[in-house]
Design a binder for this molecule. Structure first.
Ligand code: HEM
Length: 543
């Protein structure tokens, strides 16, 4: 054989080997996935298994987590659910009889692929549990409104970070009681009217401090600002150093929240657990101080009452939690109060800070929308009587267009892109079984980015909300049902106050306007929106 023939032979052999290896990988991958799927569903029995939604359990241990993390670390987070829609279309088959709407599925020899794309429910294996992903408005609504059939179902790793005694894991009755106790003092009209002056003052002084200074990380500053507000509401404020330390720990806590739960040095989850430890230590200290102050105040009150003077101690959220009693007169212990505080302080600043940043960026990037929103604010300013000090809640109710800007930002940014439940019994959704004990993920993001619900969903278009009341289940930035966000009105108020002052007097110039966006744990530009804030009116017409 000549040298040329040998080369051809080696080349062909190499090709054969490569093909064989690729074939082996594909077959092994398919076999492992099938075996894992079978292992996770075998206990259901044939009849129940046949009613499961389409999907794929992936490989043991990791399941759908790689695909999820890959999509959310790329520029296209929607690729994750899209991959279910695509793959489910290829994996499921029906008999020819089935295609005509008769007979049973999978019992005839002739198999024809059918497109399951929009079943809206898919099975997967996420955060170490068999999980049903729910991705359409009707299905999300059904799950969210069924308190008997579904309880909260956050992954164990998240519960360990937020706190096993917070709302994310507490029993139904305790949740109802503590929600009632804490929600009204945050969201009620009187409460919001009471917080407004502090929010207004904090927003004004923050904007003044950033303006015409070197560029700031706009997102970082906004998170500090919203944290200051929530700390004031819950703890009556803390000194600047404590606030900074708490806020830094929250940043680490959040990075670990959606990461793989790997408790090893260097991993985000390990850092988050440590951050939680620091938060617990600081909040325990604050709580101990408060209990002591309350005891002293109670003693002083008692003495004052004996003197027939009026009791003076003011009650804030921390006091409410300390004084709360259940029907048996039992009070919350320190662990319970600290977990509830960790949850509220986190939920109460992260999302509002991010949404405020994105709304400002979108306004600045869209001059027509900016001009219309600004004109509305100017008209409201003109309508305010000269005798009125600052803005009132009634003024905010008049900000119709600004409200549309905020709603559109909430829809497009999807700060809370998913939430978690667990089925307490077998339940059918869209004709598919969610087995008792299985986890359920509600994909709010998919609902908001569905072009059949929101045409041209990637386009920022506040006018799509004009004269629109969203159909139930189609707009879920704050969730729905018994676990609807208790801070939704407070959040919208904070964001509105900020945008009001920004529109009337400031401009944002980003240093890296094309900066990459990272989607975990929340969508944000990787430079945290490094920007220069400029004051554009010399006579301060909004103060
Ligand atoms: C733009 C801002 C905010 C967004 C987008 C947001 C979003 C959400 C969503 C989607 C849920 C429901 C999760 C589920 O379905 O299980 C939720 C729950 C919650 N939010 Fe918010 N939130 C925001 C601001 C706030 C604020 C300002 C507070 C506190 C004052 C807060 C406190 C909470 C709490 C405690 C829960 C748990 C409720 C429960 O389990 O009963 N959030 N939030």
């Amino acid at each position: 054989m000549g040298g040329g023939d040998e080369q051809v032979l080696y080349g062909s052999l190499l090709l054969w080997w490569a093909a064989a290896i690729v074939g082996l990988v594909v077959v092994t991958d398919g076999a492992v996935r099938r075996l894992h799927g079978w292992y996770r569903t075998a206990a259901l029995g044939g009849a129940r298994r046949a009613r499961l939604p389409p999907g794929d359990m992936g490989w043991p241990v990791v399941g759908g987590m790689w695909a999820f993390l890959r999509a959310f670390k790329s520029d296209n987070p929607d690729a994750f659910i899209a991959s279910f829609i695509r793959r489910c279309g290829m994996m499921e088959y029906a008999s020819e009889k089935d295609m005509r709407g008769k007979g049973k599925r999978r019992d005839a020899p002739l198999l024809v692929p059918i497109w399951f794309g929009r079943t809206g429910v898919y099975r997967s294996f996420m955060f170490s549990s068999p999980t049903i992903l729910v991705a359409t408005p009707e299905a999300c609504k059904q799950v969210l409104m069924d308190d008997e059939g579904f309880v909260t179902g956050w992954p164990k790793a998240t519960v360990a970070l937020i706190g096993p005694k917070s709302f994310v894991a507490m029993p139904y009755e305790d949740h109802r009681r503590l929600r009632k106790l804490t929600a009204a003092p945050i969201n009620g009209f009187d409460a919001l009217a009471g917080y407004l002056p502090f929010i207004d003052g904090t927003v004004r002084s923050s904007l003044r401090a950033w303006a015409d200074e070197p560029p700031v990380e706009f997102l970082t500053e906004l998170r500090r600002m919203t944290f200051k507000i929530i700390v004031q509401i819950f703890l009556g404020g803390v000194d600047a150093a404590t606030a900074r330390a708490l806020e830094r720990s929250y940043t680490e806590l959040n990075y670990g929240m959606r990461a793989m739960a790997i408790n090893l040095p260097g991993f985000a989850y390990r850092k988050a657990l440590r951050a939680r430890g620091r938060l617990v230590a600081v909040l325990r200290g604050v709580l101990a101080d408060r209990r002591r102050i309350r005891r002293d105040a109670d003693a002083a009150d008692a003495a004052a009452r004996e003197d027939e003077r009026k009791p003076a101690a003011a009650v804030d959220m921390m006091d409410r939690l300390i004084q709360a009693e259940d029907e048996q007169g039992r009070r919350l212990d320190d662990d319970e109060i600290v977990d509830i505080l960790i949850m509220y302080l986190n939920a109460g600043h992260e999302s509002s800070g991010h949404i405020t940043m994105w709304a400002t960026v979108f306004l600045q990037e869209n001059p027509d929308i900016f001009a219309r929103a600004k004109a509305e604010q100017e008209a409201i300013m003109r309508s305010i009587p000269a005798t009125q000090q600052g803005l009132t809640l009634r003024d905010f109710r008049k900000m119709e267009y600004l409200s549309q800007v905020i709603d559109e930002t909430l829809r497009l940014v999807n700060i809370s892109f998913v939430s978690f439940r667990q089925a307490t019994k077998d339940i059918f959704v869209n004709g598919y079984l969610i087995p008792k004990g299985w986890k359920v993920q509600l994909w709010y993001r998919s609902v908001h980015m569905d072009s059949e619900v929101y045409p041209d969903p990637k386009n920022f278009n506040p006018s799509r909300w004009e004269g629109q009341t969203p159909r139930a289940g189609t707009f879920l930035p704050f969730g729905l049902g018994a676990r609807l966000c208790p801070g939704n009105d407070l959040a919208k108020l904070e964001i509105s106050v900020f945008l009001h002052h920004f529109l009337l007097g400031y401009k944002l110039t980003r240093l890296n306007p094309k900066c990459r966006v990272r989607y975990l744990p929340h969508p944000r530009p990787v430079d945290n929106c490094l920007a220069k804030i400029t004051r554009v009116v010399s006579s301060d017409n909004d103060e």
